[in-house]
Design a protein around this ligand. Structure first.
Ligand code: AMP
Ligand code: MN
Ligand code: MN
Length: 331
C-alpha cells in the first residue's frame, strides 16, 4: 500500500493522538501541526487530537487551534504520536517524553537529514514544506474516498487552508526559494479558493517587524563580516546584545535572508548565542554549496540551501570550523 495511505489508515484507527513539532517552531511547523489537527477534528469529531509545541510566536495567533496548543508536557497517554517537520528525535524537545512513551509513532517531514527515529517515516525532501506533504497525504486519502481536490478544498474551508498556506509561505519565503515547485503553487491556488485573507497572512506572519526586530536586523547587517573573498558573510549576536534589545530567537527571522541576498555572497551565516559560548547556527546558500552537509557534520540538519546546528566555543572558533568545511565545497 502507498505509504501515505498506510499513514492515514493508522491515523484513522487511533482514538487519542498527539501531534508534536520541532523546538523553536516556525511557520511550517505550526502550520502543518494545526492543519492536520483541525482536519482530523473536523473529519473525526470523536477523536482527541492534541498539539504540543514550544511556545509559538503570537504572529500566528490568527490560526484556528492556536490558543489550544499545549506548551508544557502532560501526563496524558496517546495511541499515536505524529512528529511533524522534525528531522531528529531531540528536535521534538519538550514533547520527546510523550513521543517515547507512545506505542505507535509516525514522522512526516521534508528534511533530507531525517534520522528515521519514528516507527514509520514519510520524508519528501523535494517538497517545499511539511505542510505540503501533509496536504498531499490528506488529499490522497480523500481522492481514495471519491472526492476531487476541488470538493475537498471546499470541505476543509478557510481555517484549515490558512494553516497550510502559512506553512507554504514560511518555508518558501513567500514562493521565492528554489524549493517552490509548480505543485507548491498549484496547492496555493487551491487554498486561496477558500477565501483566506492571504495578503494579511503574508504581511502579519512574514513581513511585519517590530521596532526592536528591525533594530537588531540593522545591527546584524552593520556588524556583519565578509570572509573568503566575500563569498561567505556572517554576523553574530551575543547574549548580552539580545538582552540589551530584550529580544528572543523568534525576533531574528529574516536577518539571514537579508545577508544572503548581498551581491557576491554564496553562503550567509547567522550565529546567535543561546548559552554562554553556545551558538545556534543558521546557514543559507545561494547556488552550489550544500549547507546541510556542513550542519549534519556538526550534529544539525536541514536542507541543501537552508540548514542549522548548535556549536560550542567562541565566535572565532565556530566561524573557523564552519568556513573550513565550506572551503572544501568552494574550491
Ligand atoms: P533555521 O536556520 O533555524 O531557520 O533552520 C534552517 C533549516 O535547518 C530548517 O529546516 C531547520 O529545521 C533545520 N535546522 C536548523 N537547526 C537544526 C538543528 N540543530 N538540527 C536539525 N535541523 C536543523
Ligand atoms: Mn521547520
Ligand atoms: Mn519545514
Amino acid at each position: 500500500m502507498d505509504m501515505m495511505l498506510e499513514f492515514m489508515e493508522q491515523i484513522s484507527q487511533a482514538e487519542q493522538i498527539a501531534i508534536g513539532g520541532h523546538i523553536r517552531p516556525d511557520g511550517d511547523c505550526i502550520g502543518s501541526c494545526l492543519a492536520l489537527q483541525q482536519y482530523l477534528k473536523k473529519k473525526y469529531p470523536k477523536k482527541i487530537v492534541d498539539v504540543y509545541l514550544e511556545k509559538p510566536s503570537s504572529i500566528f495567533s490568527y490560526l484556528k487551534g492556536f490558543d489550544e496548543i499545549n506548551t508544557t508536557v502532560s501526563e496524558k497517554n496517546y495511541d499515536l504520536f505524529l512528529a511533524l517537520d522534525s528531522s531528529s528525535v531531540d528536535r521534538l524537545e519538550f514533547s520527546e517524553p510523550i513521543f517515547h512513551r507512545t506505542k505507535k509513532t509516525l514522522c512526516i517531514d521534508h528534511h533530507i537529514s531525517n534520522t528515521y527515529y519514528a516507527d514509520k517515516t514519510l520524508v519528501f525532501p523535494e517538497a517545499s514544506s511539511t505542510s505540503e506533504v501533509v496536504y498531499e497525504m490528506l488529499l490522497l486519502q480523500e481522492k481514495q474516498e471519491g472526492k476531487t481536490e476541488e470538493e475537498w478544498i471546499a470541505w476543509i474551508g478557510s481555517e484549515i487552508a490558512a494553516a497550510f498556506y502559512t506553512g507554504l509561505i514560511h518555508d518558501t519565503g513567500v514562493f521565492k526559494y528554489s524549493n517552490t515547485s509548480p505543485r507548491t503553487l498549484e496547492i496555493a491556488a487551491q487554498l486561496i479558493k477558500t477565501g483566506i485573507p492571504f495578503t494579511q497572512i503574508i504581511d502579519q506572519s512574514f513581513y511585519e517587524k517590530t521596532y526592536i526586530q528591525t533594530q537588531i536586523m540593522g545591527r546584524c547587517l552593520l556588524e556583519s563580516i565578509r570572509v573568503m573573498n566575500g563569498k561567505v558573510i556572517f554576523s553574530a549576536l551575543s547574549q548580552e546584545i539580545m538582552k540589551f534589545y530584550g529580544a528572543s530567537s523568534e525576533d531574528l527571522d529574516g536577518i539571514i535572508d537579508q545577508l544572503r541576498i548581498i551581491k557576491g555572497v554564496e553562503v550567509a551565516i547567522l550565529l546567535h548565542e543561546v548559552k554562554t559560548q553556545e551558538y545556534k547556527v543558521s546557514m543559507r546558500s545561494n547556488h552550489t554549496v550544500d549547507v546541510q552537509r556542513v550542519a549534519v557534520y556538526f550534529g544539525g540538519g536541514g536542507h541543501k540551501k537552508a540548514a542549522g546546528c548548535t556549536m560550542q566555543g567562541s565566535v572565532y572558533d565556530v566561524i573557523n570550523n564552519l568556513t573550513g568545511l565550506l572551503e572544501e565545497q568552494m574550491e
